[in-house]
Design a protein around this ligand. Structure first.
Ligand SMILES: [Ca+2]
Length: 494
């Protein structure tokens, strides 16, 4: 059932890219007031795990109807509607992919009806009010209601963030910009000195983290998809540090560049410092079509790397004395690490890893260990079927994930909650989903996940961090209106 409904969503999305076939003749009676249906209509379409904002725009001219619908988070332009059937208070139309809306005007001038694709039907309730996509909304949770505020908006695919101080945030945008977001949520101008990025597949500027000694050094670390040469499709994930002063980067110094540079995708890109600040971890990916490279120690593909803040290799890295192995590798057999967090108390590293279809993982990477990709996985190929190289869920010498999501939530960033705003969440993992548009709150006992709570949002969520104020900050993965959302305990109704 869930797959079918997801299919509906997919069809809605994919239909945005279909060309409009010749529309069959419009059936339309003579209307006394065609104006009652013209203009824009707004509403949410309710899906099992989420609600999506739907905007339908209808026009009437020469006794013909035309229109578009759009999902603002996924498409900047609307998809043409066709097959209109209109009477005095009834309206029906189809999408190019065959979904059909049938509804009527109610006494409050709301367009109420059903949206049908195949055997799936969902209620749709469209009103005239403009829905503000940045409006605060409240979600319920086990520990009370949470206000979801838009702290900042207008970003393009924000990917990573860190807190400059109690008021300001440094945020990356995937196309290759770094900005300071002020305390009031306003966006600063792009910071000069950011390197050129490979934007294919999609890649670009990934993470930003402050150096542990930022207060004195003003040093920040960036990870990005570094092209092999100008105009080349080949690239790899790289790290540089630079000094941030006067709105620009100075003393830009590359300290790591993954080997080899190839075309492809799954760059990883997430960074975190160890609790003592002596080590910098970077999660990498399998580069999409280089799967078996995740099992090879002669490339950085599909590994987690550990270096010192100056880029030098720690003397106790696990493969430093292994012939043919790259010395920066800390663990391997990873598909695409997207989140890294240091557990308060234990100072242990945890990682979220984007799976295939199913098999999103949480791991606790340990030195020298093999996390199995692509030999073992709990997932399957996109579209179904076994991973060609996989032997199943388990194999001797390969680590099991601490937790996995099957089906996938489309896991991206993660962090551990520490703060005073949500006292019941101390030490919990907050892991975010692109596909499921959620925050998964995981309660931990030792190295086991003992409870999960789903906090349902409306946007694809790329990254999560806890602010100095104890509120939870999220980045939404949107092209047109990428946001920094802020979760805080709901204010009592006045
Ligand atoms: Ca694994």
């Amino acid at each position: 059932m869930k797959n079918t409904l997801f299919g509906l969503l997919l069809a809605l999305t994919l239909s945005s890219f279909q060309t409009l076939a010749d529309s069959p003749p419009v059936t339309s009676t003579e209307l006394t007031e065609p104006a009652q249906f013209t203009g824009a209509w707004y509403g949410y379409i309710t899906m099992p795990n989420t609600e999506l904002l739907l905007i339908v725009t209808l026009e009437h001219s020469d006794n013909h109807w035309s229109g578009t619908f759009m999902l603002p988070s996924q498409s900047a332009t609307g998809t043409p509607l066709e097959n209109f059937s209109v009477s005095d208070n009834q309206l029906a139309f189809s999408t190019p992919s065959g979904s059909r809306f049938e509804g009527q005007l109610d006494d409050n001038q709301r367009l109420q009806g059903t949206f049908t694709q195949g055997t799936v039907q969902r209620a749709v309730n469209l009103g005239r009010e403009v829905i503000d996509p940045n409006a605060t909304f409240t979600l319920t949770s086990r520990w009370g209601n949470i206000d979801v505020e838009t702290f900042a908006s207008g970003l393009v695919r924000p990917w990573g963030l860190d807190f400059l101080d109690n008021d300001r945030i440094l945020v990356t945008e995937l196309p290759g910009r770094l900005r300071i977001v002020e305390a009031d949520g306003s966006l600063g101008a792009p910071i000069a000195g950011v390197p050129a990025v490979n934007q294919i597949n999609p890649a670009g500027l990934f993470d930003v983290v402050l150096a542990p000694d930022f207060a004195t050094s003003q040093r920040i670390y960036l990870s990005w998809a570094k092209p092999d040469a100008a105009g080349s499709n080949a690239a790899s994930t790289s790290i540089a540090h630079a000094r941030l002063a006067d709105g620009a980067l100075h003393d830009f110094t590359e300290i790591f560049s993954a080997y080899p540079k190839v075309p492809g995708w799954h760059y990883g890109g997430r960074m975190v410092f160890s609790a003592d600040g002596q080590y910098l971890f970077l999660g990498l990916g399998d580069r999409g079509d280089q799967l078996m490279q995740s099992q090879e120690l002669g490339s950085h593909t599909g590994t987690l790397i550990r270096i010192h803040p100056d880029g030098s290799v720690p003397a106790d890295n696990p493969f430093i004395h292994t012939a043919g192995a790259l010395p920066e590798i800390y663990s391997y057999g990873h598909r695409n690490i997207q989140g890294l967090g240091i557990q308060p108390g234990t100072n242990r590293l945890w990682a979220t890893e984007h799976g295939p279809q199913g098999g999103d993982e949480v791991n606790t990477p340990e030195p020298g260990k093999n996390y199995g990709w692509p030999i073992i996985t709990h997932g399957e190929e996109y579209g179904g079927g076994e991973i060609p190289l996989a032997v199943g869920f388990k194999k001797e010498g390969m680590e099991q994930p601490v937790w996995h999501w099957t089906p996938s939530i489309g896991v991206s960033g993660m962090t551990f909650y520490q703060g005073e705003s949500f006292p019941a969440w101390q030490g919990n993992i907050l892991a975010v989903g692109l596909r499921d548009r959620n925050v998964a709150r995981l309660e931990i006992d030792g190295d086991r996940v003992i409870h999960q709570e789903n906090l349902q949002l409306k946007d694809r969520i790329r990254e999560v961090k806890v602010g100095p104020d104890g509120f939870v900050y999220l980045l939404t993965d949107e092209q047109g209106n990428g946001k920094i959302l802020r979760l805080r305990p709901a204010q009592p109704q006045g």
